[in-house]
Design a protein around this ligand. Structure first.
Ligand SMILES: [Zn+2]
Length: 457
């Protein structure tokens, strides 16, 4: 946006932004460092009034009440007590299941709530015990039940920084990952209430176990979806989304990081750009900061098992983490900011609903150098998408962080594009009858699916 403003207007806009930012942040705290703003692009996505209206339902008070109950189970260590009605991971998951079942009842049975069970060897323990694993899932069936958008958070907790096998001491995990757990639960409540008839794709709201012992619950769920031959459009995880104050006093309640691998063939970067654009469209005051790597250095999350299968996966994580509390008995409710979690939940809502309401992206692409233009244009082709009303081509330089040109390509599956394809990345996406856009499939991405032999040299 600022690119088009004259210098004085730009300076004024920067000053206004600085003032607004300064007012929004507690005066004693230093602001978070910034890498320099890239004007956010909404990438031609169109606002759905139903999404904007549903934002009002996301309640910080409810998020707080939910997280407070989670913390009250004492520990949610994956190997903790499962029989007590008040303490341990068994009590926690029965309560989560009951909450989701209540949301299902409230929406006329629109959600299907279940325990997703299995077992795995705990390789991080010297004794290598076999552990029963229970995820809790609420399904919102779509028109297409074979296509799924997954959003999860892990409800297990630990004090791994002291002892990762301590299953009895208090491990509150209010932020890690009570914050993500309650975001996903609140999302299930609001989406089921507002959209009881579901979308084109099915949505799975998942509360994972075993994350702290090696992504065990998400691995189990990802393998199950693969076994059941589901097509996963995207897999999101909310993990550590409730802290706004770093240990050195820096504060940031106005931005969130999204981590995704920028593999052109898989589409993780395309997913990050989609979330970035969706945030800019629906919640412009809450900055989405895309980080194009799988996760923070040396860390892992529940999107990873999906990414390993070649599925676009993405992790939402607070901008500033507090490393003096993570995986410790000090990860307490008092340090969690529920207004901040509400902003992340609204971003989740806009992203998940938009993607689930949109058609799938084209599966395969092809390109051919155009002779009539002397090789300066390209014919782009793509596989037809069921439910697509039309298609669009998005163009960016290979060094651009996001797309800069959007071309309406009509309702056929072929288009002569006046771009030198050698020099740019072109994404193709499907547009649904109601205006929702799919993810983009990058034309000619290394490792991407091809419709036909590549262009002649
Ligand atoms: Zn976590």
């Amino acid at each position: 946006m600022t690119r088009t403003l004259p210098t004085t207007a730009r300076a004024l806009a920067a000053l206004t932004f600085a003032l607004v930012t300064a007012l929004a942040i507690a005066p004693a705290a230093a602001p978070a460092p910034t890498l320099g703003a890239q004007a956010p692009s909404t990438l031609g996505l169109q606002k759905d009034a139903r999404i904007a209206e549903a934002f009002a339902d996301v309640s910080p008070a409810r998020l707080r009440a939910l997280d407070s109950t989670l913390v009250a189970f004492g520990t949610r260590h994956t190997m903790s007590d499962t029989l007590s009605p008040t303490r341990g991971i068994g009590a926690a998951r029965r309560w989560i299941h009951a909450q989701l079942a209540q949301y299902a009842a409230d929406c006329g049975g629109c959600l299907r709530v279940e325990y997703d069970t299995g077992s795995a060897v705990i390789t991080r323990s010297r004794e290598r015990p076999t552990q029963h694993l229970v995820n809790v899932v609420a399904w919102l069936p779509g028109r297409d039940t074979s296509r799924v958008v997954v959003i999860g958070g892990h409800y297990d907790s630990c004090i791994c920084s002291i002892d990762n096998m301590d299953a009895t001491s208090d491990a509150p995990g209010a932020d890690d990952d009570g914050s993500g757990t309650v975001a996903v639960m609140e999302l299930a409540r609001v989406v089921s209430r507002r959209f009881p008839r579901g979308f084109d794709a099915t949505v799975a709201f998942v509360l994972y176990t075993g994350e702290e012992l090696g992504l065990l619950g998400s691995t189990q769920f990802a393998e199950r979806l693969q076994r059941e031959k589901k097509t996963v459009t995207a897999a999101f995880t909310d993990d550590i989304v409730g802290n706004v104050v770093a240990d050195d006093g820096r504060v940031d309640s106005t931005s969130v990081r999204v981590f995704a691998v920028d593999s052109l063939a898989v589409g993780g970067g395309e997913l990050a750009r989609y979330v970035w654009a969706t945030g800019a469209l629906y919640q412009p005051a809450f900055e989405v900061l895309p980080v194009l790597r799988l996760d923070r250095l040396g860390r892992g999350g529940d999107h990873a098992p999906f990414v390993r299968q070649g599925i676009p996966g993405l992790r939402f994580t607070e901008r500033l983490e507090n490393y003096k509390r993570q995986h410790l008995p000090t990860d307490a409710l008092a340090d969690v900011d529920f207004n901040y979690i509400a902003k992340v939940t609204r971003l989740n809502l806009a992203t998940v609903v938009s993607l689930a309401a949109a058609p799938p992206r084209p599966e395969a692409t092809a390109y051919q150098r155009d002779r009539a233009s002397g090789g300066q244009a390209f014919t782009i082709r793509w596989s037809a998408v069921p439910g697509a009303a039309s298609y669009e081509l998005l163009v960016r330089r290979t060094t651009d962080p996001t797309y800069r040109r959007i071309v309406a390509a009509g309702n056929r599956t072929e288009f002569l594009l006046d771009e030198q394809l050698d020099d740019v990345w072109v994404g193709v996406r499907a547009v649904g009858a109601d205006g929702h856009r799919s993810l983009t499939t990058v034309v000619g991405a290394p490792g991407g699916a091809r419709l036909a032999p590549a262009a002649r040299p």
